[in-house]
Design a protein around this ligand. Structure first.
Ligand SMILES: C[S@@+](CC[C@H](N)C(=O)[O-])C[C@H]1O[C@@H](n2cnc3c(N)ncnc32)[C@H](O)[C@@H]1O
Length: 190
């Protein structure tokens, strides 16, 4: 997928112009804390919501135009944006984050890179760090195009070795058209 081209051509149907509707309520329960990373942040709507909840947030995206879009919004608080590849994080980021928020990055990457995704997440997080994720678990296959779904069984197998499941939330508020497709999980890095 040429993500940069999707942004330059304005072909970004995933961008609903706001943070994921379930997040505000979850963040109000302090499920995440401290220094937080948002991989594949796009235009940064979730990043700004986290910043509103007083987290120190870094939004990261591989597409320069996504980061430009994010930076064009008025800063909310303590948020920064970086154009980086989640699979090639700076060495000094090792175990430097208290939390990660995952929303539509995991489903955007090729399934054969999922182990790499988990490696990056476990490397960036401190032991005990929180991982809050909106996963696509119940959706039709898109003929080899993202979003790539994963069953809850897939998630158990992929994340189980490095993360402990703290909570699973089903039927949470979401965007129109995504009802019944998502599972939100709160994990802790072992
Ligand atoms: C479906 S979009 C979702 C964007 C944003 N999370 C949202 O919900 O609006 C997937 C995002 O992941 C980014 N992305 C894909 N591969 C990436 C990688 N290896 N490192 C960082 N970002 C990546 C894309 O550029 C794109 O912005």
């Amino acid at each position: 997928m040429d993500w940069e081209r999707r942004y330059t051509e304005g072909d970004t149907p995933w961008d609903r112009g706001t943070a994921h509707p379930a997040l505000d309520g979850l963040l109000a329960q302090n499920v995440l804390q401290g220094k937080t990373l948002v991989p594949g942040c796009g235009a940064g709507h979730d990043v700004r919501l986290l910043a509103r909840h007083h987290l120190r947030v870094t939004g990261l995206d591989i597409a320069p135009s996504a980061i430009e879009r994010a930076r064009n919004f008025a800063p909310v608080n303590n948020e920064t944006y970086l154009c980086e590849d989640f699979f090639a994080l700076p060495k000094e980021w090792k175990q430097s984050f208290d939390s990660i928020l995952e929303h539509t990055c995991f489903c955007a990457i090729e399934p054969n890179r999922r182990a790499d995704y988990i490696r990056s997440a476990t490397t960036a997080l401190k032991p005990g760090g929180r991982f809050l994720a909106v996963f696509y678990t119940d959706m039709e296959d898109q003929d080899g195009e993202p979003p790539f779904g994963a069953t809850t069984g897939d998630l158990d197998a992929l994340f189980g070795k490095h993360f402990r499941l703290l909570e699973e939330y089903r039927g949470m508020p979401t965007f129109p058209g995504r009802e019944g497709c998502e599972t939100i999980r709160l994990l802790a890095r072992i």
